[in-house]
Write a protein of this length. Structure first.
Length: 84
């Protein structure tokens, strides 16, 4: 199974860049028919994870993927599953 990974540790304090990277990874998954995207916002205070989840919950983005899974073993990781 093909998988993409986006680690947000390096850009956690650059708001606009975070959204553009999230857009880029979702579009790449759709274009390349990738089934799974792993997003790593990190553990921290949880603010970045909430921002990622809000991004994924936008209607036009939500229409592109099948489901979101919060990793129960690692709080700082989110899986986005695509069905093509």
């Amino acid at each position: 199974m093909a998988k993409l990974k986006l680690d947000l540790h390096d850009i956690y304090n650059k708001g606009g860049m975070i959204e553009s990277e999230l857009n880029r990874i979702v579009q790449e998954a759709v274009e390349k028919r990738i089934e799974l995207v792993e997003i790593i916002p990190g553990k921290g205070s949880g603010a970045l994870k909430k921002k990622v989840l809000r991004f994924l919950d936008q209607k036009h983005i939500r229409a592109l993927y099948h489901r979101v899974e919060k990793d129960d073993k690692n709080f700082g990781r989110i899986f986005v599953h695509f069905r093509h």
